[in-house]
Design a protein around this ligand. Sequence first.
Ligand SMILES: Cc1ncc(COP(=O)(O)O)c(C=O)c1O
Length: 345
Amino acid sequence: MAVVKADAYGHGALRCARAALDAGADWLGTATPHEALALRAAGITDVPVMCWLWTPGDPWDRGIEAGLDMSVGGMWALDEVVGAAKAVGRTARIQLKADTGLGRNGCQPADWPELVGAALKAEVDGLVKVTGLWSHFACADEPHHPSIAAQLDVFRSMLDHAERAGVRPEVRHIANSPATLTLPETHFDLVRPGIAMYGVSPSPELGTSAELGLRPVMSLKASVALVKHVPGGHGVSYGHHYVTEGDTTLGLVPLGYADGIPRHASGRGPVLVGDRVRTVAGRVAMDQFVVDLGGDTPSPAPRPCSSAPATGASRPPRTGRWPPTPSRTRSSPGSGARPAGLPGE
Ligand SMILES: Cc1ncc(COP(=O)(O)O)c(C=O)c1O
């Protein structure tokens, strides 16, 4: 199942959904029903689409008509979907969600027999079909975290209960990206990778993207808007968290946190300008940030101090650890660079 929630982690839900299906994904997964309905409306009609973040009053009827696989993690949800199935006159595809330890949505083990029993009764009545049994890990990105084995045990026993009661699911699943990459015993009938599918490591403890054999699919590029000479001792960007060491050139990149440049890249994020990796100088602002070009001008060279658009390119390097380890950040007071601006700055 290719997880394309949150606009495919900002990459574009429809394009990524189509790319994932072309690459062999059998299922698509979203959080909200609205995201899943948007995929159907855009023409993705011939593959199962599951969505798991339902709120009372959500459009179960439209989900049924669109043939979505709808997660049900409690009696309130089962009641709503059963009511919608009666109103629509069609069987709803539902997947029962077990809270095996994440403590988010899903059914607690103590409440599972009631939910399973009620779902089976609705199945006999032709109102629902239980297509899946599923859960979600809390700490799969922390190698050997004791909750992984504990959740797996609980999942197995909740599966066992449901299957002995008569549920015949098409799929059983629990694995997110880190579990998909490192825990084969968690794969069951399908896996639900999100972040790894976009080429990003789920956590530094598991390795860099490159070490995991992943290739980030997104690069963010912009033309350098301005290059200008400044003297030493010049503060850069809000709060003056970066001060130039000596005469230098500064390049202004017209991208900021509104475009997805993380604010915690302030003072530390790598940026490729021309063919050299630079570091964000000072704070990332809403729509722009600055790099210290050390006297260079990007190639092809824009005219220094010109406000006319120039043609340097900026994007993160393709490999390497992000965020950089503390030893690689420039933080010595008086050296020109002050500690990185952190979230909240
Ligand atoms: C229920 C569910 N499954 C799968 C995923 C994908 O997780 P990841 O991006 O770690 O692969 C998410 C994302 O948070 C999720 O909420």
